[in-house]
Design a protein around this ligand. Structure first.
Ligand code: KIV
Length: 290
């Protein structure tokens, strides 16, 4: 792992000390892929809150404030209703909770597709409001002009191809992409177009492995796979998925924990102790000074 520090979070919820190491930068992330090879894969996880960012930061190169917060935090049916305000507020919290990782914030559906100018205005708003270093947007060739426009005006862009959840109404669902020749050609073409437009990294989501590998080989920017291939230049997962917060997850998720059971069992224990009046105990109760 390239990171060597642990934040001491015991001193304060809001301001962990000791003070931080220097934050990674977008050019350093981009430079991890040299001559088509990424020796140390990039590690990215989603984060939506300050405390979550504190806990994940030391282990990651990038923290993604994904618009998946629509489902994960807000209980929405898809990412379509996610707003600029939600993204800005959660991104600001994640920046406050992190010191090391590059923070990337998703542009919500409807905030960038109309024109490069619309995208610039909203991307600038997100970066100003949050302090994040870069934005991510979905779409390939159709977004290339916008990516170049933002990049040349000081806004680094992470691309996102393959299964693009904001296009669920066009795609008809969340199934893996790249099974037909037409789809496969489109995915590789999209990745190339984003690369040429200056995207500093490209998420490849829900794509059959040979096409994910072909796209990774076809671009100079690092690719970050999710449901794609271990041969991508890095990996990302939704943190709550890999922690085991949900019973149902996509096939590509590996559950590294069982946080749902921990929360449920802990709440049950608390409820029991409240009901039998064993909580609060002596240790948690103030008494007048003698
Ligand atoms: O919104 C999100 O969390 C994402 C990742 C799944 C790549 O875009």
């Amino acid at each position: 792992m390239s990171t060597t520090f642990q934040i001491d979070t015991s001193t304060s919820r809001a301001n962990p000390t000791p003070a931080p190491m220097k934050r990674l930068t977008v050019p350093r992330i981009r430079a991890r892929k040299k001559d088509g090879v990424t020796e140390e894969p990039l590690v990215m996880l989603t984060a939506y809150t300050a405390r979550q960012a504190q806990l994940l930061d030391a282990h990651c190169d990038l923290l993604l404030v994904g618009d998946s917060l629509g489902q994960v935090i807000y209980g929405l049916p898809s990412t379509i209703p996610v707003t600029m305000e939600m993204m800005a507020n959660h991104a600001a919290a994640v920046v406050r909770g992190s010191y090391h990782s590059v923070v990337v914030v998703d542009m919500p559906f409807g905030s960038y597709e109309q024109s490069p100018e619309q995208a610039f205005e909203n991307a600038a708003t997100l970066l100003k409001a949050s302090g994040a270093a870069a934005v991510k947007l979905e779409g390939g060739e159709a977004m290339a002009e916008t990516v170049a426009f933002l990049n040349s005006r000081g806004i680094p862009v992470m691309g996102h191809v393959g299964l693009t959840p904001q296009a669920v109404n066009v795609l008809g669902g969340y199934m893996a992409r790249g099974r037909s020749d037409t789809e496969a050609d489109k995915i590789v073409g999209d990745a190339k177009a984003l690369d040429e437009a200056g995207a500093f990294a490209i998420v490849i989501e829900g794509v059959v492995e040979p096409i994910a590998i072909e796209a990774t080989k076809a671009v100079t920017a690092p690719t970050i796979g999710i449901g794609a291939s271990a041969q991508c230049d890095g990996q990302v997962l939704v943190t709550e998925d890999m922690l085991g917060m949900f019973e149902r997850v996509p096939r590509f998720v590996k559950k590294y924990g069982d946080i749902a059971t921990v929360i449920s069992d802990t709440a049950a224990q608390y409820a029991g102790e409240v009901r039998d009046r064993s909580f609060p105990g002596e240790e948690q109760t103030y008494q007048p000074k003698k």
